[in-house]
Design a protein around this ligand. Structure first.
Ligand code: EPZ
Length: 419
């Protein structure tokens, strides 16, 4: 259990550097499995999910090492195609290892990741896409074995722009000596980052970032060196910390072009924002304003991973806001916790009506990664002390040294790690 004790009401001011993107690093590590030798990732965030993915790669026979923010994966000697169940449970996003294993070895086995705090998280789009690409899948309970039966040119159509399914198709296709056309693809920046690495490894990926991605694969891919793109979600969460405390922040090493929806929402809340190549400057008003209606959508729409942090900003603002969570069916777990701090939020299905008011400190529990960050933000913006109990260490899964970084610009967060 980790307990974050926050003394609220202190305006933050200073400069931070954005971390590398969790949701890019994880799929790039899956891609490293495709190479016949060593892949090096720079700007790889030091977070629990990356450590878990490295542990899985090692269990498959890779040799992994880290030096600061640089990670190396030697995939010369892949010796297993079964992702261990206990490791898979820790991190459902390792489902993209299935596409990499199929591409590298022609077979792969996982335990279906199952649901998590925010929703059922099915993988039916992934499995249908694999079947369209000539993969045969056998399921026994939650154990799933997949095998390439016929390497062939394929056309795959996704019914929804699923990020993970798009990535899984690209990983498998990159290692097949044929052409795969994927329509209905997700357009997230992390997809473009993956395409860059796959192209450096010797595949030919075109159209990443649009809804149609074409992959000409190869049955031999080389290791490569790649710098992970900045984390647009963690960067926006840093901006939210300055915003909720009426402070100011200079945030460097960010990809501003990936943060349009978040920046637009912060401006709507009354923040002044300026940007130049690679940096964002935010100055918040003493108290934020209501933001009207925010709807989570696939990229480039408002990101679902920022829904919880922005519900916190809205909860402390002067005025009302409405949040519509279109991506996941159970992603308001932070709301009952915010109620304990005096928030006036009513949820009906996917819609949360937030009537802003000052919050007071309280004892709250983090149930998931982004909800946990939202509770830290609430503690920063509330009057008095807040304790965020994080039994599953959710926050450390995705935010690199969050308390050290936020304390360096004026926050007062004490961390207790209990057994
Ligand atoms: C990725 O999850 C991210 N995770 C999520 O971030 C992010 O919220 C999500 O994309 C949406 O942007 C990683 O990249 C590791 P999806 P993913 O497939 O790929 C449904 C975080 O906090 N769906 O785009 O799992 C699904 O249930 C995490 O960093 C199916 O029905 O998301 C959801 O409702 C949370 N069948 C919607 O599609 C499928 O086969 C979008 O899911 C696949 C998905």
């Amino acid at each position: 259990m980790t307990i974050y004790e926050i003394e609220g009401g202190k305006p933050m001011a200073g400069e931070l550097t954005a971390q590398g993107a969790k949701n890019s690093a994880l799929v790039l590590l899956s891609a490293a499995l495709l190479a016949k030798d060593v892949t090096v990732l720079k700007n790889c965030p030091e977070i629990r999910d990356v450590a878990a993915q490295l542990e899985i790669l090692q269990s498959l026979g890779c040799v992994c090492s880290r030096e600061g923010s640089t990670v190396a994966v030697d995939a010369t000697g892949v010796s297993s195609t079964e992702v261990p169940q206990e490791l898979m449970r820790q991190m459902r996003s390792s489902v993209t290892l299935l596409g990499a294993l199929l591409g590298r070895c022609g077979t792969g086995s996982i335990h279906t990741p199952g649901g998590c705090a925010i929703g059922a998280r099915p993988i039916d789009y992934h499995l249908q896409a694999f079947a369209d690409m000539g993969v045969v899948i056998e399921k026994e309970g939650d154990h799933l074995s997949a095998a390439m039966r016929q390497r062939k040119d394929s056309i795959v159509m996704l019914p929804f722009p699923s990020v993970g399914a798009t990535e899984n198709v690209m990983l498998l296709a990159a290692r097949l000596p044929c052409t795969t056309v994927l329509s209905g693809a997700a357009r997230e920046p992390e997809i473009v980052d993956l395409a860059k690495l796959l192209n450096q490894m010797g595949a030919v990926v075109m159209g990443a970032g649009t809804d149609t991605v074409t992959v000409r694969g190869s049955n031999c891919l080389n290791g490569a060196q790649h710098t992970v793109l900045p984390d647009r979600i963690a960067a926006a969460t840093d901006l939210c910390a300055a915003a909720v405390t009426g402070g100011s922040l200079t945030l460097r090493s960010v990809a501003v072009r990936h943060m349009g929806a978040a920046i637009e929402a912060l401006i709507r809340s009354g923040c002044e924002i300026r940007s130049e190549e690679g940096a964002v400057f935010l100055k918040a008003p003493k108290r934020l304003s209501g933001m009207g209606i925010l709807r989570t959508m696939p990229y480039p729409g408002f990101p679902t991973d920022l829904q919880a942090p922005f519900v916190t900003l809205a909860a402390t603002a002067e005025g009302d806001s409405v949040m519509v969570e279109n991506m996941f069916e159970n992603r308001y777990q932070h709301v009952p916790q915010l109620h304990r701090m005096g928030a006036d939020i009513s949820v009906s299905g996917r819609v949360a009506l937030v009537r802003g008011r000052p919050l007071h400190g309280g004892q709250v529990e983090a149930e998931d990664l982004r909800g946990g960050a939202a509770l830290l933000l609430a503690g920063l913006g509330a009057e008095g002390n807040t304790k965020v109990h994080d039994a599953q260490h959710c926050i450390e899964r995705g935010y690199e040294r969050i308390t050290e970084r936020w304390n360096s610009i004026g926050a007062s967060i004490r961390v207790q790690s209990l057994a």
